[in-house]
Design a protein around this ligand. Structure first.
Ligand SMILES: [Zn+2]
Length: 172
């Protein structure tokens, strides 16, 4: 079975480094278990919140610059926090990175504060302000190469919201 990135995953890949996006796009076509990108680019405000709540220990997160994503396996459509699922997913993602020549690190390999969902481009190869692609291989032809995420609602949804707006004008 081949999986596809959900619209939520695609949305969370906006502003993320193209090499990291490419790895995720390839990985979704190879993974034995479905997964979702729950977070990509992060604001400094949110990072500060995470540090306050103890969910993160750094204000120097690679999420702030689009060099990290959080990926969670899905079991029957539900987010899984079970390590065995992460250990099934991790080698697939790592293989895709190696194939594309992308230097990637997994939070699950960290010795302190293991972070199963976390994937980041290596500091050694990618500076904080560096958004240039340097992967050595193109994505295979069957993998979509762009993530133009459409936030524009469908024409039908636009009509509905126009009606709702009109109706709201009379009721308020
Ligand atoms: Zn993360």
């Amino acid at each position: 079975m081949m999986f596809k990135l959900s619209s939520r995953s695609l949305k969370n890949l906006k502003g993320v480094h193209p090499d990291l996006v490419a790895v995720v796009q390839l990985a979704i076509t190879r993974t034995p278990i479905d997964f979702m990108v729950i977070e990509g680019l992060r604001t400094l405000e949110r990072q500060k919140e995470l540090v306050r709540s103890g969910d993160s220990r750094t204000l120097n997160s690679r999420h702030l610059t689009g060099h990290a994503v959080d990926i969670v396996p899905l079991t029957n459509g539900k987010v899984s926090w079970a390590w065995p699922q992460y250990y099934k997913l991790a080698p697939v993602i790592m293989d895709c990175a190696m194939e594309l020549g992308v230097s990637l690190e997994w939070g699950g390999d960290w010795t302190t504060l293991k972070d199963g969902p976390h994937w980041q481009l290596s500091w050694g190869k990618y500076n904080a302000d560096d958004m240039t692609s340097r992967r050595r291989k193109k994505l295979p032809p069957d993998v979509p190469d762009d993530i133009d995420v459409i936030d524009v609602p469908s024409p039908f949804a636009q009509i509905i919201s126009a009606i709702v707006a009109l109706f709201g004008r009379f009721t308020k």
